[in-house]
Design a protein around this ligand. Structure first.
Ligand code: NAD
Ligand code: DAU
Length: 358
């Protein structure tokens, strides 16, 4: 049986990952460590309530004592670090928490993993040695590469050139992961994925925000001219890629993840409006679009070259954008209680109801 320490498993991608893992693998134990910031929501994990293979721990990845205790209490094989402050706009108004969680939190996890996994006695020798089969995987982002012009794609060799405080914090974390691999030979991987979409995404991000506003007849705030390009990937495809890297990735290697699915923001927004106008409410149309002040330092285009992960590990995205976006919109329509809970903040009561007595 494998034991996973998954951090940020109550957030968007982390909760999708935990649900997928438990569905796929009967013989697994998942320690889900999440601080439950505004972005963490235990309702995302309702489907696995009571499942003994899932242990939820409310903790901060920056806390050396709590994280070391977990390593001491369980034989952890894999660490998958999703926990992060993830929203670019928030990083522009409040960069410090991004440094705290994304950089220092990552270093704390690396250090705890290193200490727990090291084979006793090896620290004195030139070669650090670790328990066989262990792996630390850092979930990173294409934003560390900066912005593309109209041509070309990000490869694993593209130099790091982050622009936003969020991207800078993720790039700094990546460099620490690399340093622990290079210096201590800790078996690490970094995955750099493009924009995800799918169920449980917090409605501060483009797709759920625009959908929610359209459903409530509120203006859809498009930054600048809306011609910025993002490369969209259905969240389940990202989660599958992470598993392939954990199982078969070469230690020390970086893997880009993306499915050649570039769209301008305005295309996405118009697509959502047209779906809602057709299927939900005929009064909804493009008159709701409002071009607002652009994001500071806004990256113009992202586009991933996924050749390496395709050739090395056989990964291919399985969900076409046209299907994934309909599934996603339909999920939000079917889960309006979840959206209402998140937008009103009521989801925070869920933890108190479930765990308040502990
Ligand atoms: P999210 O904001 O939805 O979730 C982040 C989770 O981390 C939340 O549950 C939050 O409570 C938790 N968290 C925050 N600070 C913590 C701390 N100090 N200790 C423990 N838990 C903490 O984010 P997401 O969109 O699911 O992104 C997950 C990861 O994937 C991030 O590392 C992000 O950089 C990366 N990523 C995201 C995308 C995307 O499109 N969303 C794409 C590529 C990479
Ligand atoms: O590329 C991967 C990254 O994708 C992840 O690392 C981040 O964690 C994730 O948040 C996402 O970052 P973006 O900044 O690309 O996502 P966001 O949904 O915030 O914005 C997508 C695009 O839409 C971006 O060009 C800004 C624009 N936008 C966004 C919002 C919220 C708008 O025009 N209006 C908006 O209201």
């Amino acid at each position: 049986m494998r034991t996973y320490l998954v951090t940020g498993g109550a957030g968007f991608i982390g909760s999708n990952y935990v649900l997928q893992l438990l569905q796929k693998d009967a013989e697994v134990l998942v320690l889900n460590v999440d601080k439950l910031t505004y972005a963490g929501n235990l309702e995302n994990l309702r489907a696995i309530e009571g499942d003994k293979r899932h242990v939820f721990v409310q903790a901060d990845i920056c806390d050396p004592v709590r994280i070391a205790e977990l390593f001491a209490s369980y034989d952890i094989d894999y660490v998958v670090n999703f926990a992060a402050e993830s929203h670019v706009d928030r990083s522009i108004s409040d960069p410090q928490i991004f440094t705290q969680t994304n950089v220092l939190g990552t270093v704390n996890l690396l250090q705890c993993a290193r200490e727990a996994w090291q084979v006793v006695g090896s620290a004195a020798s030139a070669d650090d040695r670790y328990r066989p089969g262990v792996r630390y995987l850092q979930v990173s982002t294409d934003e560390v590469y900066g912005s593309l012009g109209p041509e070309g794609f990000f490869t694993e060799q593209t130099p790091l050139d982050p622009h936003s405080p969020y991207a800078a914090s993720k790039a700094a974390a990546d460099l620490f992961v690399k340093a622990f691999g290079d210096t201590y030979r800790l078996p690490v991987n970094i995955t750099r994925c493009s924009n995800n979409y799918g169920p449980f995404q917090f409605p501060e991000k483009l797709i759920p925000l625009m959908l929610n506003n359209a459903l409530h007849h509120q203006a859809l705030p498009v930054y600048g001219d809306g011609m910025q390009v993002r490369d969209w990937l259905y969240v389940e495809d990202h989660c599958k890629a992470i598993d392939l890297v954990l199982e078969g990735g070469v230690p020390g290697e970086v893997y880009n993840i993306g499915g050649h699915n570039e769209r301008t923001n305005i295309q996405i927004v118009k697509g959502i409006l047209s779906y809602v106008g057709e299927k939900v409410d005929r009064s909804v149309d493009e008159r709701l679009i409002e071009h607002v002040t652009d994001r500071k330092g806004h990256d113009r285009r992202y586009g991933i070259d996924p050749t390496k992960i395709g050739e090395a590990l056989g990964w291919r995205p399985q969900t076409a954008f046209e299907d994934g976006i309909v599934r996603t919109i339909q999920w939000y329509l079917d889960n309006q209680d979840w959206v209402a809970g998140v937008t009103s903040g009521a989801y925070r009561d869920y933890y108190k109801r479930m765990y308040g007595a502990r």
